[in-house]
Design a protein around this ligand. Sequence first.
Ligand code: FE
Length: 370
Amino acid sequence: MKKIGNILIVDPIKGEFVGNVLVDGGRIESVIPKNSDVYKYIAMPGFIDLHTHGCIGKDTMRLSAEDLEGWEKFLYSQGVTAFLPTTVSAKKEDMLRVSKFVDEYVHERAYTSVYGIHYEGPYINIEKKGAQNSDMIRAATTEEIREVISSVVKLITMAPEVEGFYDVLTVLKENKTVVSLGHTNAGFKDMRRAFLYGVNRITHFPNAIKGLHHRELGGVGAGLYLDFEIEMIVDGIHLAPEFVDMIYRIKGADKIMLITDSIDAAGLEDGKYNLGGLDVTVKNGKATLPDGTLAGSTLLFNKAIKNFKKFTNCSLRELAKVSSYNAARNLAIEDVARIEEGYKANIVLLDKELNVIRTYLNGETVYESN
Ligand code: FE
């Protein structure tokens, strides 16, 4: 039995209170509130990043087991206890290679923070390709989807207007792969149609989505008006701070999921990098293609939560929602993202400036700051 004492417990449902947490066998045994407001550290559910292409030189498209272990370890320093290595638009063979590799990796380990794979593309709209390789972008077919999908594929970003989108939805649903709309030029009607078919999630809103017009609401209007859950890259580069605050006020903390969309350059120096075969330059932390298009981010998750708090002045309880709880519920992971009896002891301790002090995965300390 392990005790994490004198902390401000931040549970996304019960709220914030001082107390002790007892951990046993990888799970939270009990949460004991104390009649006090004195605490040293803040305890939040471990962060969840459902959209990351890489960091510190690691890249989903070219991983060894050692790389992925290094990636996991680095993310513990960011408080991340679950993430989805995310692909870029690629050949069928490469998608399969990556997903098989990650599947084996996960199954060989008693516990890991790798929860599965996110396929970003290739079934997207070339007009909104962002930093996706146009040679790889294509229509969706049931035949190909059946080949590339397996239980490790938890999430897929697709454009609703690509050919075959509605054909493959059933296959994806049977496989329990969550579909997210993104890299799309769909207008309001097409976004609504997908929503009515049960697709209620938007990838890195509103980047690579059709803008808002007062007669044609576009993907941005659809995201705001309909009950979509949205990913946001809160690095201060992809979205203006005021935009983040505005979305928080409109949608509320229940509908936002923080992601990093980080590439291999995250956590490294400025310089030249490569994303899915495209040349990327990183200058002052901003990653771009030669034509200036943003190419993922160099955002780290600890920074994302600090930015969100700063831009919106949200409560810690709301911060626990946007950094963990909403993502877990979105993928139907039931036993994480709360500081509550019976839940997995994936917990991050932060100081009052929100720096990560210690990270627990399955009750074990996997990161400790010096
Ligand atoms: Fe993207």
